[in-house]
Ligand binder design. Structure first.
Ligand code: HEC
Length: 164
């Protein structure tokens, strides 16, 4: 009886030894999605105040969009609440949605070039954040009335410097 339980214990530790390192090296889908969001810089625009405060903004507030617009020749765009977007669609709808063309300054090519498994990981991570929250303000066409603060994306020339 004692020998048998000893053998059992030995098998248990052997299994632990061989599986633990493999599991530690393999991030979960949600962890991989978080990593992609981090290195993709998505928070800079899709989280209010992130460009200025970076990681001081707690993760529970990430990716809920921003009410500060980006204005240029394309009109005024707002970085969407990604939690709301992903909560409103299935994974396969997301894969199609993610690859659509977008207005500046959204780097649409990033998602268009991304591998399907990576897009799925982002979907899993963003949905894991929960609490979808409210939508960002709607796009305003050029010349339309903008009632929020906005960044102006037009190259400026300093007249004093230019005159010299
Ligand atoms: C430089 C700012 C910026 C960065 C960085 C950025 N986005 Fe965006 N994103 C925007 C803006 C602005 C829009 C709205 C564009 C439009 O209205 O066409 C947008 C739109 C989107 C949309 C469409 C949302 C909808 O309305 O359905 C998705 C999805 C998205 N971004 C995901 C991401 C992800 C994921 C990352 C990181 C890899 C990222 N974005 C990085 C600014 C940014």
């Amino acid at each position: 009886m004692q020998i048998r339980s000893g053998l059992c214990l030995a098998t248990f530790f052997a299994v632990l030894l061989f599986t633990a390192p493999a599991r530690a090296a393999e991030p979960t889908k949600v962890e991989h999605g978080r990593y992609l969001v981090m290195i993709g810089g998505c928070n800079d625009c899709h989280t209010a105040g992130f460009m200025e405060q970076n990681l001081k903004i707690p993760e529970k507030d990430w990716l809920q969009g921003s009410a500060v617009g980006f204005q240029g020749p394309w009109g005024t765009t707002y970085a969407a609440n990604l939690r709301l977007v992903m909560h409103s669609m299935s994974e396969s709808q997301w894969l199609e949605h993610a690859r659509k063309d977008r207005m500046p300054p959204m780097p649409a090519y990033v998602l268009q070039q991304m591998k399907t498994d990576d897009l799925k990981a982002i979907y899993a991570y963003v949905r894991s954040l929960g609490n979808p929250g409210l939508a960002a303000p709607a796009y305003v066409a050029p010349g339309g009335k903008v009632s929020t603060p906005y960044f102006v994306f037009v190259p400026q020339v300093d007249q004093k410097t230019a005159a010299k």
